[in-house]
Design a protein around this ligand. Structure first.
Ligand SMILES: Cc1cc2nc3c(=O)[nH]c(=O)nc-3n(C[C@H](O)[C@H](O)[C@H](O)COP(=O)(O)O)c2cc1C
Length: 207
């Protein structure tokens, strides 16, 4: 069993990493393998809605980590996505990445348990947490919860480590992720067959 933890901060070992490391250590304690994947601090393209990915599960642009990220999520049993809060939302580079990583390939992530983690100095944790969870809940990914909404507060790793409640919340999220993965493994129950996807837009057809 393996959980992929995506560090969406431009800082390789900053606050988001510190939060994800707490989860990774707890997952390992429960016998779950982990990998923290840093998206880096080089430019990441946004989605241009060219639809080239449709049916392929891969982005046409192969000059950043989007396709690597897709493959890593497919290979993982569970996923954690961590972001610093930028102006009350997901950090720009990560947002660009997630739009492309989830646009078509989300159908390949069904039923993988997922959790969001956010790091902020002061405010905007809730809206950022909600925004990341949107990617999971459009992808049939069960959202793993905790005792609070997974956020830590700090501008530096040592401040995050001092956020005792935040760190405890992350350890419980990790335990709940490990528990869900064990349940899945033990039960061996396959998901139900899915209906063919219906897509309607919000307009009234003529006639
Ligand atoms: C462009 C920018 C915007 C930010 N906006 C917010 C914000 O809206 N709310 C907040 O509490 N912190 C904000 N911060 C601070 C970071 O979210 C915070 O320091 C975070 O813990 C950094 O995580 P990292 O070390 O993993 O990058 C912002 C930082 C930057 C660089």
């Amino acid at each position: 069993m393996k959980v992929l933890l995506i560090n969406g901060s431009p800082h390789q070992e900053g606050c988001t990493y510190t939060a994800l490391s707490e989860m990774a250590a707890q997952l390992e304690k429960r016998g779950v393998e982990t990998e923290i994947f840093w998206i880096g601090n080089k430019p990441i393209r946004g989605c241009i809605d060219c639809k080239s990915c449709w049916g392929k599960g891969a982005c046409v642009f192969d000059d950043d980590c989007a396709n690597t990220c897709i493959q890593k999520i497919i290979a993982a049993d569970g996923v954690v996505i961590g972001s610093p809060v930028y102006f009350g939302g997901i950090a720009g580079g990560l947002k660009c990445l997630l739009d492309r990583v989830f646009y078509d390939a989300k159908r390949l992530y069904s039923h993988k348990p997922a959790a969001a983690v956010v790091s902020c100095r002061r405010g905007g944790a809730g809206s950022t947490f909600d925004a990341i969870n949107k990617y999971f809940t459009i992808s049939s990914m069960p959202v793993v919860s905790s005792q609070y909404w997974n956020s830590v507060h700090g501008d530096r790793p040592e401040e995050v480590r001092a956020d005792k409640e935040g760190m405890q919340t992350l350890r419980l999220a990790a335990d709940n992720m490990a528990w869900l993965l064990r349940c899945r493994e033990a039960a061996g129950v396959e998901p139900f067959e899915r209906e063919v996807r219906v897509k309607t837009s919000f307009y009234k057809p003529e006639g």
